[in-house]
Design a protein around this ligand. Sequence first.
Ligand SMILES: CC(C)(COP(=O)(O)OP(=O)(O)OC[C@H]1O[C@@H](n2cnc3c(N)ncnc32)[C@H](O)[C@@H]1OP(=O)(O)O)[C@@H](O)C(=O)NCCC(=O)NCCSC(=O)c1cc(O)c2ccccc2c1O
Length: 320
Amino acid sequence: MATPNSSADPASMAAARSSSKTAPPTPLRDGFHLVPSHPINYDLNLTNTFQDITYHISTSDHCARIAFNRPHVLHAFRPTTINEIRHALDQAQDDTRVSVILLTSNIVPERTPAFCAGGDQTVRSSDGGYDDGSEAVPRLRVLDLQIQMRRCPKPIVAVVRGYAIGGGHILHMCADLTLAGEDAVFGQVGPRMGSVDAGYGSVHLARMVGQKKAREIWFLCRYYSAQEALQMGLINAVFKNDELEGEVGRWVRRMCMLSPTALAVAKAAINADQDGSAGISLMGGHITRLFYMSDEAKEGREAYLEGRAPEFRKIPQSKL
Ligand SMILES: CC(C)(COP(=O)(O)OP(=O)(O)OC[C@H]1O[C@@H](n2cnc3c(N)ncnc32)[C@H](O)[C@@H]1OP(=O)(O)O)[C@@H](O)C(=O)NCCC(=O)NCCSC(=O)c1cc(O)c2ccccc2c1O
C-alpha cells in the first residue's frame, strides 16, 4: 500500500516490473493506483510582492502552485494578474526544485468557486486592450501568457474549481492537463460581450473537441458541466471537490517519477503540430540542448577554441 509520506513512490513503478511470467494483462500494471494520493504540502511561500496571485513550492513533491487570488471578481484577470503569473511561471520554469507547475485559484468560502472568469471587464479599455494603469499601453497580455505556457518545458496542470469562463477557459485549455472538481463550469462568453480569442481560444479548442463542438461553444456561448467537458475531451479528469487536491497530488507525483526530458519533448511535439515554425523551433531547441552535451558537439567547440580543425569522425558516438 502507498504510504502518505512516500513521494518517490517506488511501489507504483515496481508494479510495472512484476516477476510473474503468466499473469493476465491488466492496465493496473501501470501502477498508477499505487501512487500516493494525499494533498501536496507547499513548504515554500514565494508570493513575495505579488498582489493578484499566490505562488508556492513543494520541495518534497517538486511542484509549483501559481494561483489566481482575486476571489471578489471570480479571479477575473487584469494586466497586473497576467504579468505576475508570467513572472511566477518564469521562476518555476528555471527552478530545478520544480518538475510540474499547477495553475489554479484560491477558493474561499465566502465567494462562488471559480478558476478564472476571464478578463476583468472593469479595466477593459476602448483602446484595444486591458488597462489597469500598470502598463504604458493597453495590451492583451494574456496572449503572451498562453504562448509562454505552451513553450514551458515542464508540464502545466490547470486545477479547476467553479467557473472557467472566457479568457480563463482559454488558460485552462493552454495548460497541458486539466483536472477539475465536480463543480467546475466551462464556457466561452466573448461573443456575448464583444470579444473573441481568434488564436488558441478558437483553433486549439477545435483540435480538442472537434470542429462542430468548437463552433457550438463559440456560437452559442453555453456553459458546460465538468462531466460534459470530460466527455468532449476538454479536460482530463473530474473528481469530487474534496478529493481533487489528493488526486492532483497523485498526478503530480506520477509525472515527477517520469523522465523530464521525455515529457518536455512529448509536450513540444504535440504542440509543434499546431505551432508551425515556432513549434519546430522549440523541438529543435530540445535537440540542440541534448546535442550540446555530446562529445561530438564538444569537439566542435574545443576545436574552435584551440584554433584547429574539428575531428568529428573520431568521435565514437557519431555514427551518422
Ligand atoms: C462567471 C459568471 C457567470 C458567474 O456568475 P455569478 O452570478 O455566480 O457571479 P457574479 O456575476 O455575481 O460575479 C461575482 C462578482 O465577480 C464579478 N465578476 C465576475 N466576472 C468578472 C469579470 N470578467 N470582470 C470583472 N468582474 C467580474 C462580478 O461583477 C461580481 O462582482 P460584485 O461586485 O457584483 O460582487 C459571471 O460572473 C460572468 O458572466 N462573468 C463575466 C464573464 C466575462 O465576461 N468574462 C470576460 C470574457 S472576455 C475575456 O475573458 C477575454 C480576455 C482577454 O484577455 C482576451 C484577449 C484576447 C482576445 C480575447 C480575450 C477575451 O475574450
